[in-house]
Design a protein around this ligand. Sequence first.
Ligand code: ADP
Ligand code: NG1
Length: 465
Amino acid sequence: MADTVPVVCFPPVETENAHDRLKNLAEKFEKKFGCKPEFFGRAPGRVNLIGEHIDYCGYSVLPMAIEQDVVIAVATTESQDILLSNVKSDLYSDFLFHVNNVEINKETPQWQNYFQCGFLGMVEHLHIQSAVRGMKCMVDGTVPASSGLSSSSALVCCAALVTMHANGKSLPKNVLADLCARCEQYIGTQGGGMDQAISFMAQKGTAKLIEFNPLRATDVYLPDGISFVISNSCVEMNKAATSEFNTRVVECRIATQILAKQSGLEWEKFQRLGQVQRALNVSLPQAVDLVRKTLHEEPYTRAEVCQILGIKEEDFVSTVLSARTAQVQSFKLFQRATHVFSEAGRVLSFKRICEETDSEAPQKLGTLMNQSHTSCRDMYECSCTDLDSLVNICMEAGALGSRLTGAGWGGCAVSMVPTHDVMNFLVKVKKNFYDKHPSKAGKVGAALFATQPGSGALIYLPSTA
Ligand code: ADP
Ligand code: NG1
């Protein structure tokens, strides 16, 4: 039977504080729209334990869902309008659109555009353009925005989920994840499918190895005695509003095509580093060697790339570059490809260590996390000064491993800490990082917290009691 998103009754009062959250949201909804919500959708954010910037290269990643999520309360309507309201109304203004008039602003994306990505992706998938139902929606998100914990994907996934349910349909989780990965790209970023996959396929108590093409999620049980702590550098980076993210995607694509061409493959057929590695039938360490032998460390100019691939600059711009990267002049191919192949290897090692009964497992996992951060910082250049300093402070505070998580250039670090030492760790990180930055000290409550593998997306029906 297809694995669909669970539809459950409003959480019982005694079990979860989710009950109070939904009750409050229902009250706000009724005050705003003058009717009760018919149902709620919920999609979580995630923390990626290891495997950064490799999902869009075709490689497996190892995230877990977090408790923070996006919940949307919904009432369906006879009109074909979508009325959006947000609990954080100071940040996110009300918005109204007709179901057949969706305009996504890729230049300066607004919050409603992320909702529209999920909405449009679902409407297109179900082919219900002419019959799609109107909705009144109130959004309540607790994932910190632009911090590497996938607030945008939680919103896109939740929007697709409520659109599906409002229109009386049910789709398997892997189909939902694939379609949300594609439709989040309507915002203009060319990310992979990690965030959407874990948001739908997560299960409480286990991290997941997410593999792509085809999409699969395998349980990864973490060793006993360790906990994961998230700390937010409080530097925000919106990946859709800047060109950094897409530039990395493009650099990986160019590295793919040059490696393919110089290895005698039909380079036009290759888009992802993973495809080239598989076509050459080489191991990941051999792929790292191939990069060392084939690519040079100095940045490549456009002219050099065109000359190697044997194409004109206008063809390069139209077929290899993307809208947000059309102006980029030089490309660090050696560094980006070295990061991707070595990081893909670290993910597999991480999973293997979790499967072994090895008393040294926590230390070994910590070492992999540290290597991952070094590679993100030096080879992929997706960290920033505050985040590097936070990672160092986390290590000094007793972490076995610490690294940036998510897209980077700011956002969060994830640290692996002996469970018995978590309180001590939190105190030291607060003192040595947050208390030293007046602008961040007030945010420490929401910025520094231990986390556990959480559950995936859900539909809640209000209780009839
Ligand atoms: P992330 O790395 O968290 O996915 P992005 O920078 O890609 O962050 O996207 C963040 C954007 O997502 C925000 O600027 C906002 O437009 C939207 N967003 C995130 N959380 C919410 C929320 N609770 N309500 C409305 N919009 C949200
Ligand atoms: P976040 O941290 O949510 O911005 C982004 C991409 C992921 C992945 C990571 C880096 C999107 C929606 N998300 O995540 O696919 O590439 O960066 O590992 O593009």
